[in-house]
Design a protein around this ligand. Structure first.
Ligand code: GLC
Length: 787
């Protein structure tokens, strides 16, 4: 496609190579991030994912040998004819090599298409794309990322398609695409990791050794060749660098980390009040109630049904008094309806996507005939941001954007549907995968503008970089054990793809949940960043009290556990916005040298210190848990267990195996009915002795004042020989701090405690001891046994 190298020139961080047919550009973003670009379809360099990169000067050498050799302090990139590239690390170890041979697709044999009559899908031939990138495989690779795809954690042997798809049939491994397109894959080989991010929004394909075990394949028919090679060598660094490029989830409001109750069919004010009252009466903490499409007037967005919700604002303010926030759904499809303000404004201003003849395009979604706002235009996004206020001024606290793939009931949107694209008109093929991304960007901007608070948006469709604007959920799963099981690799891979704030519908959206399934699902949900029970209309009621007392008890236990862990989760979000690491993580992220972790589908870490090994099968009364090397403490029994091996853990229905890494501090809050920062006067420190430091972050949990420095950062330094020393340092102190610290020190019995030199009261319980100190305590010295 490119031909032979003719000449090249160096310009700042770039080398531009002229080939016989095209030119190619190689640009260093950092010493370990390199971009490969070739203007195949047009000259314009433009990204919806990478919005700003600091143009630091990167020093690198250029020499010529068998190819053009570019060398930074981290990488050696060798560029050959045909724009083939080979990449070595600083130890001259080959990390990635372009495949030079012909593609060798496997054979699909079959005669007579009669099987299609029975409904079978017939796949013929193999796709050939205009732009194809093939990288050599040796068989030693593990693949992670690619967003929320079905299948296992390691994507080896799978093929996926990047095309945002709304398909409500049960998600299974034969699905090549779901709602989100994140063309980013992490490759782990010989203990070293790197990422490939193909920033092209057109429909594209990834084949990770399915077609042939000798290469991985990326193909796309339009747009430009534009991809980043991101060297780790740790997976952590790959994620950190990928999120440096595409952005990180900003610090969310504290309440968004609480429990969310939703259902498609909370269709009247009375029903919403009933659910809210029941949550309080049943002592199940909850922070948010969702209104699905039923609240609207005939599914017209930015309206509400005056009959079923006669006192909309009062409902919201009453719920607020009970400690609930309200999140309302807003879909993109605008009802075609003269006299409906949003339609009229959109039409008269030319805000809807048009067909090739310039006529506003109509398809069908919930409201019937509907039009699609053209979010690729800045003006439309501003209009949409302003529209949010219709809901926000009633007291709505968050916006749920759905059906934004975009979904359409009368067949797919035509490929030649026209979009403004910031003055560079284009068609649906380029915009499809970023339609939802651009919509949530507008929603987030509106919330920020009208509330002054950190926006809470939740979206179904996404592209690389959507994490800057919105939390994501995995769409219409079903109340199947299989979907509970699959949600773990899905959420872990979403996290590795930059989507730190993610979750799946707890209990399953479609089909009928059972008490046992809900009991196991809440044990997972309690640890997922987004913790929302949501179910479809006409399915069995799925609120925690709708099964039996045992289910209700287990549900309460795990929602309360979640509320205790809120400050730990908030600390993880605070770290995340600085380094981009996800909240729930596959074990391989922290134990990259341990091959036992590479394909662990049913265990995850929350941050670095909590290991969760949930039960994801019906009737499973014991399960194997892999504990990586080091010591781990069983959260329930406080037993200390030596890791580096599998253990068998009994799992009666109310027990989700949870292990805390020895040498950790897990900050807790007292559990209330909801999260009210003003009530968080006491920080409880669940301490598992060892030698380490822990940073704890505190702020008002909702505004942007932290950006002006109004926050606290505490450092707890723990040293444990036989005696235990805890030093508390206020590294930054500009917010109203805690009134006391309560230490719960596990597996330790104290004999004497000195707080800043003074002898202090403490209390030994069975397997731990409890100590309460004032907010200004600096040094605690404990003599005792344990640790
Ligand atoms: C879609 C969403 C689902 C929602 C429903 C009705 O199926 O994925 O969450 O409840 O539409 O709005």
């Amino acid at each position: 496609m490119f031909g032979q190298i003719q000449d090249y020139q160096k310009k700042k961080n770039k080398v531009i190579i002229n080939y016989e047919q095209h030119s190619g550009e190689v640009e260093f973003i950092s010493p370990s991030i390199v971009n490969f670009f070739a203007p195949i379809s047009n000259q314009r360099r433009f990204s919806r994912a990478v919005e700003e990169i600091k143009g630091d000067n990167i020093s690198f050498e250029v020499t010529e040998d068998v190819g053009i050799i570019l060398k930074t302090e981290q990488l050696k990139v060798v560029i050959h004819d045909q724009f083939k590239v080979d990449i070595y690390n600083k130890d001259d170890k080959i990390i990635s090599k372009d495949y030079r041979g012909e593609r060798k697709p496997f054979i699909r044999r079959g005669k007579g298409d009669i099987i299609a009559e029975e409904g079978h899908q017939i796949i013929k031939g193999n796709i050939k794309n205009r732009i194809e990138v093939l990288k050599e495989m040796t068989g030693e690779e593990y693949f992670y990322g690619l967003g929320e795809q079905t299948g296992p954690l390691n994507k080896k042997g799978y093929r996926y398609q990047m095309w945002n798809t709304d398909d409500p049939s049960p998600h299974v491994e034969s699905f090549e695409s779901l709602y989100k397109s994140i063309p980013f894959v992490i490759i782990l080989k010989d203990g070293l990791a790197y990422g490939l991010f193909f920033d092209n929004t057109y429909r594209s394909y990834f084949d990770l050794g399915k077609e042939s075990s000798q290469y991985l394949y990326y193909g796309v028919d339009n747009g430009n060749l534009n991809y980043y090679f991101i060297y780790g060598p740790s997976i952590k660094e790959v994620v950190e660098k990928y999120t440096y490029l595409t952005g990180r989830t900003p610090l969310p409001q504290l309440w968004t980390l609480g429990y969310h109750q939703s259902r498609y069919s909370y269709d009247s004010e009375n029903r919403v009040r009933e659910v809210a009252d029941k949550l309080r009466e049943k002592d199940i903490p909850c922070d948010a109630i969702y209104l699905d499409i039923d609240y609207m007037d005939g599914y017209r967005v930015f309206t509400w049904d005056q009959e079923k919700f006669p006192n909309f604002e009062k409902l919201i303010s009453d719920l607020k008094k009970q400690g609930f926030k309200v999140v309302t759904i807003v879909d993109p499809g605008i009802k075609k309806d003269n006299g409906y303000l949003v339609y009229d404004e959109g039409l008269s201003n030319g805000y809807f996507a048009r067909d090739k003849d310039g006529i506003p395009y109509v398809n069908r979604v919930w409201p019937g005939e509907s039009l699609y706002p053209d979010f690729s235009s800045e003006e439309v996004r501003k209009w949409w941001a302003d529209k949010q206020n219709t809901l926000l001024e009633t007291g709505v606290a968050g916006i749920w954007n759905d059906m934004n793939e975009p979904a359409s009931f009368d067949g797919p949107l035509p490929a030649d549907l026209q979009f403004e694209n910031e003055g560079h008109q284009t068609d649906h093929q380029e915009i499809h995968n970023v339609y939802g991304h651009l919509m949530v960007r507008a929603s987030a901007e509106g919330i920020k503008k009208y509330t002054g608070k950190r926006p809470f948006v939740i979206t179904r469709a996404a592209y690389a970089g959507t994490q800057k604007y919105s939390t994501v959920w995995t769409g219409d799963n079903q109340s199947f054990w299989e979907h509970l099981r699959m949600s773990l690799p899905m959420l872990m891979n979403l996290g590795l793809s930059g989507m730190a704030f993610c979750g799946a519908d707890l209990g399953g959206f479609s089909f009928d949940c059972s008490g046992e399934l809900l009991s196991r699902w809440v044990q997972v949900g309690a640890f997922t960043p987004l913790f929302r029970n949501h179910s479809a209309a006409y399915t069995r009621d799925q609120e925690p009290w709708c099964f039996d007392l045992e289910t209700e008890r287990i549900y309460r236990k795990y929602v309360k556990l979640r509320y205790r862990l809120i400050p730990y989760l908030y600390d993880l979000f605070w770290q995340e916005q600085k380094i981009g690491l996800p909240i729930i993580r596959p074990l391989v992220l922290h134990y990259q040298d341990d091959e036992n972790t590479y394909e662990l589908n049913d265990q995850f870490l929350v941050g670095e210190n909590i290991l969760v090994a949930p039960v994801v099968q019906q009737g499973q009364l014991a399960r194997a848990v892999y504990l990586p090397s080091g010591k781990w403490v069983d959260y329930w029994t406080k037993e200390i267990i030596e890791g580096g091996r599998y253990i068998l853990k009994k799992t009666p229905l109310d027990t989700c195996p949870i292990f805390i890494k020895e040498g950790s501090l897990i900050p807790n809050y007292k559990v209330g009915a909801y999260l009210d920062n003003k009530m968080n006067q006491e920080l409880i420190l669940d301490l598992y002795p060892g030698d380490f430091n822990y940073l704890h972050y505190q702020d008002d949990g909702e505004s942007f004042n932290y950006q002006k420095g109004e926050y606290n950062l505490y450092q707890f330094a723990i040293a444990c020989k036989q005696d235990l020393t805890i030093s508390i340092k206020k590294i930054h102190y500009k917010y109203n701090g805690y009134k006391k610290f309560t230490f719960m020190i596990n597996n330790y019995q104290a004999e004497e405690v000195l707080v800043d030199g003074q002898s202090h009261f403490f209390q030994n319980d069975e397997d731990r001891f409890v100590l309460v100190v004032g907010p200004d305590a600096k040094e605690i010295k404990i003599s005792g046994t344990g640790g």
